[in-house]
Design a protein around this ligand. Structure first.
Ligand SMILES: [Zn+2]
Length: 279
């Protein structure tokens, strides 16, 4: 998966640092990211390549000894750099090196949070960087705002050698998916699994088992993957406004998932190869 970048090490400890020439900078515009592309390889600009004031760069994390910043000017500004372009974030889903893709989507998650918290949601004053931890702080009312991470579940519904796959309506991603959805306040993740399965495909499930999780900065999520088994009627009632397809498919019919950056792809491939490992 995209976060599995071994032997590289992701270091997200909060620090306030001054940028150095060789450090990397992620600059965003809309849902696009400033990169240079060479087939599926991507390159990210360095501090020395761009003209940015020190206070326009926020240190976010390091991978090994490579440090990453986001470009965060007080007013929206665009960087123009020879050979680089603002490419859609989706580019990262099929780009090399994967550690840089992971860095890019995680930077995007942090960028959105910084962007959306320039002002205090309690009193409306301009916020400041917290000195000791990754948080924004309101100098007027003391409100401390931490990064927002939205939990969501991915669900593999199985019945013997079959699994329910879906296709979303009106999304850029056209491949097969699994039932998925955000946790609502007051729910356990298992509650979310039961509710989303019922809403999207109208099935009852049992034996809900946790599989793995994944940080998914593209949509500001932490994803938790669960497998579960059909409990009762096999007939699918598709949620028509969200899904264009929802169907049972057998392990033999599933195509090998070759690009396993997402938890969804990993869960589908795991089921294709190993069947229901929960039994
Ligand atoms: Zn405030």
């Amino acid at each position: 998966m995209i976060q599995d970048i071994e032997p590289h090490v992701f270091k997200n400890q909060y620090e306030r640092r001054s940028p150095e020439g060789e450090d990397f900078v992620f600059a965003f515009k809309g849902r696009n990211l400033l990169i240079k592309k060479d087939e599926d390889r991507i390159y990210v600009p360095r501090v020395k390549d761009i003209s940015a004031a020190e206070d326009e760069l926020i240190y976010i994390f390091a991978i090994d000894d490579k440090r990453f910043y986001i470009y965060f000017p007080a007013e929206e500004k665009e960087i123009e750099l020879q050979g680089f372009e603002y490419a859609t974030l989706r580019t990262l889903r099929a780009a090399q090196p994967m550690a840089l893709s992971f860095a890019g989507e995680t930077a995007w998650h942090l960028y959105l949070w910084y962007r959306d918290n320039r002002f205090c949601g309690r009193c409306g004053s301009r916020t400041q960087f917290h000195l000791k931890e990754r948080a924004m702080e309101c100098p007027e009312c003391g409100n401390v705002i931490y990064p927002k991470i939205a939990p969501a579940v991915i669900v593999g519904i199985t019945d013997g050698d079959s699994i329910v796959v879906t296709r979303y309506k009106g999304r850029e991603y056209k491949g097969i998916a699994l039932v998925a959805g955000f946790c609502e306040i007051g729910e356990s993740m298992e509650d979310t699994v039961r509710r989303e399965v019922m809403e999207e495909v109208g099935l009852k499930v049992k034996n809900i088992r946790y599989y793995k999780s994944q940080p998914w900065g593209f949509d500001q999520n932490i994803l938790a993957g669960y497998y579960c088994e059909l409990d009762g009627e096999r007939k699918i009632t598709r949620q028509e406004d969200e899904l264009s397809v929802a169907e049972w498919i057998t392990r033999d019919e599933l195509q090998e998932q070759t690009n396993i950056i997402s938890l969804t792809a990993e869960m589908i491939e795991n089921f294709r190869r190993n069947g229901n490992i929960n039994k």
